[in-house]
Design a protein around this ligand. Structure first.
Ligand code: WQD
Length: 345
């Protein structure tokens, strides 16, 4: 009987973390959640318990608490870590940069110190397409040069990647997310924006649900087909499955052949764009939502939002071929699941 591999999931009650916990269990891993509940709720743990059929291991805590981390690494002997725990609101990062540097950068260093002490040398890291800034060309490849970040949030992700690249003892799969949207098909877990949503889809669904009066489309005069910004929206379930593929790959290294990361003790850093490879404009998303749900979105074109890039979407050739992962869910499915979640939450 092979014992299951223990995976520490930091921020595991968050939007992407909670969906990944489900996929890890289904893939035969044992997820252990640590979350400080800054941007999540205990209701998510109850929903996961219902979906899993058992209550997953959960510790309320912060990655900046090195003593707690050391205790957990001794207790669970983690085989790998998936690090989600970070603040992620671009606008908030502009207002409170130090909170972002402490949580997203110092928190990462604290986690890495505990991992190194415990001899845990495998990590999947949650990065972001934000590191590309306004790309010189689209679709963006992993080799596309990063640009100066447009916000402290983006800067923390760039700094985190530098820290991870500099390590010489850990094997790291760095996943650059594009725009995660949607929810679990049961609508029992999904995106829980606390307060006024920054992101398009939760604001859109809250508008249709009558919680918000009107959706403002930030800018209708960009150099795109319909004047609105283009993004690569990816279903959160596809994104969660990509994390399992990355974890699987980290354990391939025992057969260190050219196509696997090799020996983790020598350090290894791989970057993957996790997107669908298709870009949609804001108006195309609104139209897809209305066509899929039959609901009307009350929106108006307004001023541009500072910091927005005009267009960014992923070249997914590397993740398709090296990680063997490809997004399966289309925009209509994303809209359907986002709306079902809104109605249920
Ligand atoms: C998408 C588009 C807006 C709200 C952010 C993070 C990024 C990543 C994904 C983590 C833009 C427009 C939005 C609204 C609008 N997160 N919009 N009205 O800014 O592309 O990326 O989420 O990895 O790091 O920066 O996402 O959903 O805010 O915006 O018109 O009320 O929708 O202008 O064109 P963004 P978003």
């Amino acid at each position: 009987m092979t014992s299951k591999r223990n995976i520490l999931v930091t921020g595991g009650l968050g939007f992407i973390g909670s969906h990944t916990v489900l996929c890890l269990h289904e893939a035969g891993y044992c997820p252990v959640i640590i979350d400080n509940l800054h941007n999540s709720r205990m209701e998510v743990l109850n929903a996961l318990t219902e979906l899993l059929g058992y209550r997953p291991e959960f510790i309320e805590g912060d990655v900046n608490d090195g003593q707690l981390l050391d205790t957990l690494f001794q207790q669970y002997q983690f085989d790998a870590v998936i690090h989600f725990a970070a603040h992620k609101a671009v606008g908030e990062s502009v207002e409170q940069p130090l909170m972002y540097y402490r949580n997203n950068v110092v928190g990462l260093v604290s986690l890495l110190e505990s991992m190194q002490k415990a001899g845990c040398n495998r990590m999947v890291f949650s990065s972001s397409c934000t590191v590309y800034g306004e790309p010189e060309s689209v679709p963006v490849k992993e080799s596309t040069p990063t640009r100066p970040a447009a916000s402290p949030y983006g800067a923390t992700k760039q700094m985190a990647e530098v820290i991870l690249k500099d390590n010489g003892w850990c094997s790291i799969q760095c996943l650059r997310y594009f725009n995660p949207v949607g929810a679990h098909p049961t609508a029992k877990i999904g995106e829980l924006p606390l307060g006024i949503p920054n992101n398009l889809i939760p604001f859109l669904t809250q508008t249709v649900a009558g919680i918000r009066e009107k959706l403002t489309v930030y800018g209708g005069d960009y150099s795109t087909s319909d004047g609105t910004c283009i993004r690569d929206y990816i279903h959160v379930m596809d994104l969660a499955e990509a994390h399992v593929s990355a974890i699987d790959r980290l354990f391939l290294e025992n057969k260190s052949t050219p196509e696997t990361p090799g020996d983790p003790s020598k350090g290894h850093f791989e970057v993957f764009n996790i997107g669908t490879g298709v870009g949609y404009s804001v108006l195309e998303v609104i139209n897809a939502f209305e066509a899929t749900t039959g609901e009307q979105v009350n929106y108006a074109i307004g001023d541009r939002r500072a910091g927005d890039v005009v267009a960014v979407w992923a070249d997914t050739e590397k993740v398709n071929s090296v990680l063997g992962w490809k997004a399966k869910r289309n925009l209509e499915t994303m809209m359907r699941d986002a709306w079902n979640w809104q109605k249920n939450c």
